[in-house]
Design a protein around this ligand. Sequence first.
Ligand code: DQA
Length: 146
Amino acid sequence: MAKPIYVLNGPTLNMLGTREPEIYGTQTLSDIEKMTAERATSLGHSIDFRQSNSEGQLVDWILEARTNASGIVLNGAAYTHTSVAMMDAISASELPVVEVHISNIFKREDFRHHSYVSPVSLGVICGLGPIGYELAIEALAAHLKK
Ligand code: DQA
């Protein structure tokens, strides 16, 4: 059995559906988990979908992925813009990572324009809404096939 793709979600993404719906839409994180799992299954992959508000927990999961996962889809949320620790963990994981953001971070405040995740990622998908998670799975599946 192939290793799962870890889909890791950072702070406040547990509030999707009620959190600033004009920016993030009305789908909940559990809706996103369902659609992401379905897309992964259709491509012959499985996912392990998690959310934490804690930076250390996200770092631990990224490091755990090194041995337990085939790749990572990461929406680091606000830690994207602040976390050298998450960046170092991604480098240490030696795994392909696709960075996802539901909103278009480049249309928003200047502090969201910088990402510590992007320089250590395979690619970035942002601004397309929750479908970005499905697109990230598709991109990872294609990458892992190579
Ligand atoms: C986000 C964008 C981040 O800037 C923000 O802090 C989030 C969510 C997104 O998915 O659009 O919490 O990662």
